[in-house]
Structure formats: structure tokens, C-alpha cells
Design a protein around this ligand. Structure first.
Ligand SMILES: [Zn+2]
Ligand SMILES: [Zn+2]
Length: 238
């Protein structure tokens, strides 16, 4: 895996590597166990969806159009809207964790294709930017799951994917493990952005927990001149 990854961008890009592994190892669906795909379309149909009603800004469960938290935040400088087709539970959680920690990256494109359908035509995005890992973590893991999802979203939506516009300077602590006070400063200065002046950006991640990582990454993109940032994650923790 790491050997093939090191040549990514060359002959063994993600697509070819997947094709090769499918040829060598017939794929078995994580959900139903039948051969033929990492995840069948009909199996994904049964995955837990992040159903409405939800806040049109942050996509948190909400009975009103814009949730209280977003309504109070009148100086929003992060993402304009977030969409997440699935809830991070059951088979979705299992698939994303298998991809992330066991390297079963063939699970990501089928989920990303569904996620791509959650983007809104009104967003008019021009470029897809994945949430980056810090360089050391990226090297150790050999891939960035958000980047693989972003590439599949880009293919589905016919959009350019740029992996050099956003960098993660350091890893932050998991927001969920912190108190309110620490949360507010934990993500400060984690991301730097460049080359997005005037662009409408689609920011992509695998999972959104509190939405604050996507918001902070969006803030960095806006700070570098992006005219708007819309966010997409495969799944969310409600
Ligand atoms: Zn299946
Ligand atoms: Zn909201």
C-alpha cells in the first residue's frame, strides 16, 4: 500500500490502484457480504440518512428553518451552508472507520457519489478542496480519506479538485473531548489557505462532529479571499 501510494499522481493514481486491487481481489460488500462491489448501491440506500427537518445553514436537526445557534451567529465568517447525507452511526460509521483505520479506501467513492448529490445547484461552486491532514499524519496513514472523497465528488460533479489550496499546520485535539472554553481556541490557526481569491469553494470532509473543523477551514479559505465556502461531509454526528 505505502509503496503504491508513494507513486500516487503517476501511473498508480487512486483510480488505477482501485482497479488493480479489484482485479486481484474480487470485492465483497461490507454490508451484505455478496461479491461485486465494496458497497452496493442498494445497500447504501438503507444506510442511516440525516433526514429533515434540519437547519438550512449547519444541517443540525432543527424544527425551524435556521437553528437558534446559527440565527444568533450573525457575523458568520465560516461556511455558508453544510450538507451531510448520512448520520455517523451503524453501517456508515463502520464503513468510514474501515476506510480510515484499515485502509479499505474502496468504501469511500460509493459514499462520496451519494454525498455529491447533496450539493445544492445554488452553490455554484468552482473548485473542490478536501480538509487536509497535517503532513506527518498524512505520511503515516499513506492517504487522506477526505481527499479520496473529494476526488470522487469532483468526478461525479465534474468539478476540479485542488489539494494544494488548504494546509493543516498542526493537528488540533478532538473538539468533543474539550470544554467550551478550550474549544473556542483549540482550532485557532490550524489551517492556512492560498490560491482561492474570488473562488466559490466546496470544502469536503468525511465526518462532521460539531461542524467547527469545517467552519475553521472555511474561515481560512475566506481569509485567503474565497468569495464563498460551502461544506460537504459524508456523515455527521447529531
Ligand atoms: Zn451489498
Ligand atoms: Zn444551524
Amino acid at each position: 500500500m505505502s509503496l503504491l501510494t508513494r507513486t500516487s499522481g503517476g501511473w498508480f493514481d487512486d483510480e488505477r490502484r482501485r482497479a488493480l486491487s479489484e482485479f486481484l481481489l474480487p470485492q465483497r460488500c461490507l454490508e451484505c457480504g455478496r461479491f461485486g462491489a465494496a458497497l452496493h448501491d442498494e445497500c447504501i440506500e438503507r444506510f442511516p440518512r440525516a433526514e429533515r427537518p434540519r437547519c438550512r445553514v449547519c444541517w443540525a436537526p432543527s424544527r425551524i428553518l435556521v437553528c437558534e445557534r446559527c440565527a444568533l451567529d450573525d457575523a458568520r465568517d465560516g461556511f455558508t451552508e453544510l450538507r451531510t447525507p448520512f448520520r455517523f452511526t451503524g453501517s456508515v460509521r463502520r464503513a468510514l472507520l474501515e476506510a480510515k483505520f484499515r485502509g479499505v479506501t474502496s468504501l469511500l467513492p460509493p459514499l462520496a457519489h451519494v454525498a455529491a448529490r447533496s450539493t445544492q445547484p445554488s452553490w455554484c461552486v468552482e473548485v473542490v478542496v478536501p480538509v487536509p491532514l497535517a503532513a506527518l499524519r498524512r505520511r503515516r496513514r499513506g492517504f487522506n480519506q477526505a481527499e479520496l472523497i473529494a476526488k470522487a465528488v469532483g468526478r461525479t460533479a465534474g468539478l476540479m479538485v485542488a489539494t494544494d489550496r488548504l494546509a493543516r499546520v498542526r493537528e488540533a485535539q478532538a473538539q468533543a473531548s474539550l470544554g467550551a472554553k478550550e474549544r473556542a481556541t483549540n482550532l485557532e490557526g490550524v489551517f492556512t489557505a492560498r490560491g482561492v481569491a474570488g473562488a466559490r469553494v466546496l470544502l469536503v470532509d468525511d465526518v462532521s462532529t460539531t461542524g467547527s473543523t469545517l467552519d475553521e477551514a472555511a474561515r481560512a479559505l475566506r481569509g485567503a479571499g474565497a468569495s464563498a465556502v460551502f461544506a460537504l461531509a459524508v456523515a455527521r454526528e447529531d
